[in-house]
Design a protein around this ligand. Sequence first.
Ligand SMILES: Nc1ncnc2c1ncn2[C@@H]1O[C@H](COP(=O)(O)OP(=O)(O)OP(=O)(O)O)[C@@H](O)[C@H]1O
Length: 352
Amino acid sequence: MLRNLTILQFRSHRRAEIAFDGRPVAIYGPNGAGKTNILEAVSLLSPGRGLRRAQAEELMRRAEAVGWKLRATTDAHEIETSALPGEPRRVEIDGKAAPQVALAQILRVLWLVPSMDRLWIEGAEGRRRFLDRMVMSFTPAHAEATLTYEKAMRERNRLLKDMVRDPNWYHALEGQMAEAGAAIRANRTAALERIMAAQAGAATAFPAARLVLENQGPDDLAAALDANRGRDMAAGRTLEGPHRADLLATYVEKDAPAAQCSTGEQKALLISLILANARALAGEDVVLLLDEVAAHLDSGRRAALYDEICAMDAQVMMTGTGAELFEALGARGQYLEVVEGPQGSQVLEVEP
Ligand SMILES: Nc1ncnc2c1ncn2[C@@H]1O[C@H](COP(=O)(O)OP(=O)(O)OP(=O)(O)O)[C@@H](O)[C@H]1O
């Protein structure tokens, strides 16, 4: 689990040191105090751009703009990640420089944030990202397969745009895309099976979702890329492949597509998936970040959510309103109050 986190010059935080004691962490305080910024810091202990998909530069505290740094201690490792102005984010694990993807091996960080409330309604890209984060939590190497595929595809797209016709320019790239693409597909299929199995086996108040992958691309991607170069050249990009896949969910009990469910039901489906994801990872170091998830839930589901979180093997950190969190978690929670101070956000440990 994550034991300690030091946040330096990050968003609204000048310096915050937090020691986690293993209980679900309840973070509360006024609007804009810097609660979500703490969850965002934790999300950056995994590969990628974190739960707001921010650029490294945006994360620098505006007042000083000297760069930011996060230091974390888990049971087994020390993680440091930082960025200086104008530079990409860097990662060190146990004092040695490491590629970002190496973070996926240490903590399995999962999250739900309010910007995902319209996930089932909006475009496929958000769902694909959500899917790939779940997949990466099971198969850390998925992060690398995705990077390899996207890099090769970008180069292929450049050739297509430049109207390069010589097949020799394409062979190696398409080979890489086919190989990484097959891994991506297999990883995604396996992850969905694990999530659905975890849902089926759990005593949970959250609805079961049937998950299906659509638009995964042709079975023989190498042959399709080879055959469709002319069509792709006309479009100026690669039209088919796992980069177009979509995740469809059905609310099983009502046999309704997620996009047609009520706002609360859509949220319940997301919570159901993220809880199933965490359960399916039992035995791994899972950190589950829940930003204002209780909004849209009825009182029955809210109570169930808190009970399920407390019974889980995962380390949970959530934001919400103080009164509700105190009432729901009582002595089961660790409380952090975040307030805005003259020197930026202040994080206070509170005993209820
Ligand atoms: N790069 C930055 N430098 C300084 N402050 C920043 C930076 N980025 C965001 N902030 C500030 O952080 C605050 C938002 O923090 P955060 O999103 O954590 O709020 P919150 O406590 O979750 O609030 P809410 O309850 O409204 O969701 C805002 O006041 C914003 O101006």
